[in-house]
Design a binder for this molecule. Structure first.
Ligand code: KIV
Length: 268
């Protein structure tokens, strides 16, 4: 069983992937991935939204439950959706607690900034393990003006480093670093003791995370820092076309897919 403490002591790079449903989570877990993130990227990846902003607590809770039921070994981290934290301190802690208590998450992730240092401390104080998330935080897309690189000048880089230190001091057990320069991510990884997990942050983080749709080649598009390691979309297209052809030609269903019962011939 992967634990938040175990991640810190792990030899070699930490592997993390998103999953939003039970069958996918089972595959990810059986492959030996350390952390399954029930990311709010479900908004784009599975729900047809063009951002993560519409994703609700109910969406994350229901999918976290499905993932947690399928996972035996990996750490299950539930991503707190837009406005479920950061508005009211007590409500933030209660929402995070609900994801552990009712959806069986092991930890929560929050997109972080100066406003989440105290929130992290409060969550950790009541027993909720928190993974921070710095750099590109997609819930801020409207303020940032797009899904752009972050920490690209020395002031912005220094601010991210300081926030990393502040979240470590507040008790976060790990930090995601998204779309920041590889040398900044390397410096942060060196500067703090909790593991950094990079996405578009170069090779020197303590671990790497990607969105499952990108890794298996399910989406139509994937970001430049990602890589498709499979062609699941192509495989689905082939299977669905074969099914359509079989039905249209009458080849499916065949005799072995049907059953005939005596005594029902005369029922009209
Ligand atoms: O929601 C998500 O999938 C994430 C990862 C990209 C880190 O936040």
């Amino acid at each position: 069983m992967t634990t938040t403490r175990g991640l810190r002591d792990r030899e070699g790079p930490i592997t993390m992937l998103t999953a939003y449903d039970a069958p996918t989570a089972a595959v990810v877990d059986e492959a030996g991935i350390d952390v399954v993130l029930v990311g709010d990227s479900m908004g784009n990846a599975t729900m047809g939204y063009d951002s993560t902003l519409p994703v609700t607590m109910a969406d994350v809770a229901s999918r976290t439950g499905a993932v947690a039921r399928a996972v035996d070994d990996a750490l299950v981290v539930a991503d707190m959706p837009f406005l479920s934290f950061g508005v009211d301190e007590a409500e933030s802690v209660r929402n995070a607690g609900e994801l552990l208590k009712e959806a069986d998450a092991d930890a929560v992730k929050i997109e972080s900034g100066p406003h989440t240092v105290e929130t992290t401390r409060r969550m950790v104080d009541v027993g909720i393990p928190v993974m921070g998330h710095l750099g590109l935080t997609p819930q801020h897309v409207n303020r940032l003006g797009g899904y752009t690189r972050q920490g690209t000048d020395s002031d912005a880089a220094a601010e991210i480093l300081e926030l990393a230190r502040d979240h470590e001091a507040a008790g976060a057990f790990s930090l995601v670093l998204e779309h920041v320069p590889a040398n900044l991510a390397a410096n942060i990884t060196e500067a703090i003791d909790i593991p950094t997990i990079g996405i578009g942050a170069g090779p020197d983080c303590d671990g790497q995370v990607l969105v499952i749709n990108d890794v298996i080649g399910l989406g139509e598009w994937s970001p430049p820092f990602s890589e498709q390691f499979g062609d699941v979309r192509g495989e689905m297209e082939r299977a669905v076309s074969k099914y359509r052809d079989a039905v249209e030609s009458g080849a499916f269903p065949a005799e072995e897919h049907s059953h005939v019962e005596e005594g029902v011939d005369d029922v009209y």
